[in-house]
Design a protein around this ligand. Structure first.
Ligand code: C2E
Ligand code: MG
Ligand code: MG
Length: 717
């Protein structure tokens, strides 16, 4: 096929030569090569003939023609759409140097000197025609591909599904218009952002970044997990979007991600705002609507575990910008600022244009590190100027922040506090944001730093486990140990889990940390199996995020795999869950816990008494142990009401067939009271502090697993 296409015979040659004898001579050679040719004795005649038939692959053109010269004729050809691509080879006397140079300037392919030597002429024509035809074939192929490319480009640019192109590191390379619209990306540059950064402020439902990266790395075509998240778009609607990684054989380090809108029908309408509540310039809610939303959110969060943050953002020198660039640019700036701000908010934050050049944001359920992170992102949104047509406007902002409930319990108090903070920000030429209260700023920075340190803590094995024995209070027998996480950070020193676990929860790091705990605890306990004469239970604390149905199924899988790898029976493991975590999880969680119990795992309700569980609620829970919180135990001997409550809890527990554990036993008085009241199991500094694995191992090796010795010799420090 290739040879046939490339044979000289598929080439037609047009000759312009005023010497008929010479012309006949070269036509004769061409005929001998099976190359058809046409002849014109003048440029004028050639123009007429080519107007009728331009299907030639080569023009042999005499430089010296009467009237219109060869060079002039070549210039004419180059100006005509249909003729300009036909290669020209000049025929010239050897002495025509100047003309030959000119011919190259015009775009001649080559030249042949007269008189021609038949053999040389043949060889040259053969090589020229082959090159020309190869070029033509290449052009035809390219145009086929160009056509296909245009079609694909059209599909990618106009389809309703969003498409992102990413590399192996999940960094964004290309975003199609549908994805730009779905994710409200239009005003920002996504170049250099990773997918994780792009959607980090969405409400993610299920995502495992590591899993996605591994799938890309291995070009795993069978990978078909969908990631879902809620996105609140610039038009005030909340949409459920799904991301699906498309990996094909051709992927080779570049992957496509399809984004689809899978919002259930009817769920959008809740998020539509009535037009009288909307600011017509920015499309954000206005001052009235914002205050109403805030008041209801503050009410819902009264006594809540998390803080809310009211943020006031003010555009610096906005009136000067208005004066200089005019009101229409001013309005466009407000619009752009609104879109940029929205971009960094989660689906549940509220943002408004509160007035003139002031925007307000209520950040929902963020721990303080989250606020700090968001503030630095908001600040960075305005490092690049906003460009309108060809005018670049540098916009700078000042930010005031007030935390709820610390800086005020009502909207008006919070707003006043945030405005005071804003004034400080306006006066400071360097720092663009101020918290109402300096201490909060410091705490928030600390929280942010802790989150930054989690990765290295995991990578450098900075976490360890301690084990606190739990004893049968009547027989003194060791019945179980509770695994407690410890973190010694080289930078921050020893940090209490009571401090960092909630931060790990909020930042989702609890998932990898939680997995690490399972593997470490079971491998630790496996190492001292030979010292355990009786079967003891290992209690592991689970936190709220780990109990979310989507996370829990992965966790259960990991637990089962690790248990069987170390050859443990399921009834050796007890999972401690808190009342709080059950309150914020669903029936699905309860169903999954129920299944775990069916498989023989133990479930304990930790910190009992600190939540709001009613007795009937406890009855429904799939648990076998109840842990009385140490805040109750502390009050023994000090507060008779608390003692009554402990009695009630013990009775309740007994009637439900549950075992009760008292935690935080520090004194002999507490111990005696609990034993008399029939509490079966206890833990606390009086009996044993949490021990490192080494100390637990040596304690088990040297003394029987009974605490009576310790009680006799009293506590160790
Ligand atoms: P928790 O599960 O209620 O653990 C009991 C806490 O009481 C532990 O604090 C323990 O060291 C402490 N404690 C034990 N006996 C006494 C005593 O006699 N007096 C006093 N004052 N305290 C005593 P720790 O280890 O600081 O843990 C605090 C909380 O952090 C835990 O409360 C638990 O909610 C969380 N946590 C600890 N380790 C883990 C873990 O591995 N995973 C998860 N998700 N949470 C953990
Ligand atoms: Mg516990
Ligand atoms: Mg507890």
């Amino acid at each position: 096929m290739a040879n046939q296409v490339l044979s000289a015979a598929s080439c037609r040659v047009f000759i312009v030569e005023d010497d008929p004898i010479f012309a006949d001579y070269i036509r004769c050679i061409l005929r001998g090569m099976d190359i058809p040719s046409e002849l014109s004795l003048s440029a004028e005649d050639a123009i007429d003939k080519l107007a009728e038939d331009a299907d030639f692959q080569l023009i042999l053109l005499d430089i010296m023609l009467p009237k219109m010269s060869g060079i002039e004729f070549a210039s004419y050809l180059k100006q005509h759409q249909q003729l300009k691509n036909i290669p020209i080879v000049f025929l010239s006397q050897l002495t025509d140097h100047e003309q030959i140079i000119k011919s190259y300037d015009i775009g001649a392919l080559d030249y042949i000197t007269k008189p021609v030597h038949a053999e040389l002429f043949r060889a040259k024509i053969k090589s020229l025609t082959q090159n020309i035809l190869a070029n033509e074939e290449f052009r035809a192929e390219s145009s086929k591909y160009q056509h296909l490319f245009n079609k694909l480009q059209h599909v990618i640019l106009s389809c309703n599904d969003g498409l992102l192109e990413v590399n192996e590191q999940l960094e964004i390379i290309f975003v199609n218009p549908a994805a730009t619209k779905m994710l409200d990306l239009a005003p920002i540059s996504y170049q250099g952002l990773s997918l994780k950064e792009l959607i980090c402020y969405e409400e993610l439902i299920n995502i495992d970044w590591q899993e996605l990266k591994i799938a890309c790395k291995n070009c795993d075509q069978s990978f078909n997990k969908q990631v879902q998240f809620w996105h609140r778009s610039a038009d005030g609607q909340k949409r459920l979007l799904s991301l699906q990684l498309l990996i094909t054989e051709q992927s080779k380090k570049h992957f496509y991600i399809q984004i689809a809108d899978i919002t259930p029908k009817g769920s959008q309408s809740d998020y539509f705002y009535n037009s009288e509540n909307i600011d017509p310039i920015t499309g954000l809610v206005n001052h009235n609507c914002f205050i109403k939303s805030c008041e209801s959110m503050l009410k819902q969060n009264e006594g809540g575990q998390y803080s809310l943050a009211l943020i006031v953002v003010n555009i610096a020198r906005f009136s000067a910008i208005n004066d200089r660039f005019g009101h229409s640019v001013g309005d466009r700036i407000l619009k752009r600022v609104a879109v940029r701000l929205k971009l960094v908010l989660s689906a549940f934050d509220v943002i408004s244009r509160f007035g003139n050049d002031e925007f307000t944001i209520l950040l929902d359920n963020k721990l303080r590190w989250g606020v700090s992170k968001q503030i630095s992102i908001i600040e960075n949104l305005f490092t690049e100027p906003l460009v309108f047509d060809d005018v670049a406007v540098h916009v700078s902002i000042n930010i005031g922040i007030a935390m709820f409930p610390q800086c005020g319990a009502s909207f008006s108090l919070l707003y006043q506090s945030a405005k005071i903070a804003l004034e400080s920000a306006k006066e400071d030429p360097v720092k663009a944001y101020y918290f109402y209260n300096d201490e909060i700023d410091q705490i928030s920075r600390f929280y942010l730093r802790i989150v930054e340190l989690f990765d290295s803590a995991l990578a450098n094995d900075e976490f360890t486990m301690n084990y606190q024995p739990q004893y049968n209070l009547t027989t003194g027998e060791l019945v179980s140990v509770e695994a407690l996480l410890r973190w010694h950070s080289p930078e921050q020193g020893q940090i209490s889990p009571a401090v960092f676990i909630p931060i790990a929860e909020e930042s989702n790091y609890i998932i990898p940390i939680g997995n690490w705990i399972i593997e470490r605890v079971l491998s630790d306990i496996a190492s001292l199996k030979h010292l355990l004469s009786n079967k003891i239970r290992i209690a592991i604390n689970l936190s709220t995020k780990q109990l979310k149905p989507s996370n829990l199924s992965n966790l259960v899988q990991l637990i089962e795999q690790t248990m069987s790898a170390f050859d443990f029976d399921n009834d050796m493991l007890e999972l401690e869950i808190t009342e709080h975590s059950l309150l914020s999880n669903t029936d699905d969680t309860l169903a999954q816990l129920d299944k775990l119990r069916d498989k023989g795992f133990g479930i304990a309700l930790d910190d009992f008494g600190t939540g709001y569980s009613s007795l009937t609620y406890v009855q429904k829970l799939p648990i076998d142990r109840l842990k009385i919180d140490l805040s109750f135990v502390k009050m023994i001997g000090k507060d008779s009401k608390t003692q009554e409550i402990i009695k009630l809890i013990l009775e309740l527990s007994k009637s439900l067939g549950l075992t009760t554990i008292a935690e935080g036993i520090e004194t002999r008085e507490q111990f005696d009271f609990l034993t008399q009241m029939g509490c079966e199991v206890g833990q606390g500094y009086l009996l044993s502090k949490p021990l490192t694995l080494e100390r637990l191992t040596s304690a088990l090796a040297t003394t029987p697993a009974v605490f009576t010795h310790r009680l006799a010799s009293d506590t160790e420090s």
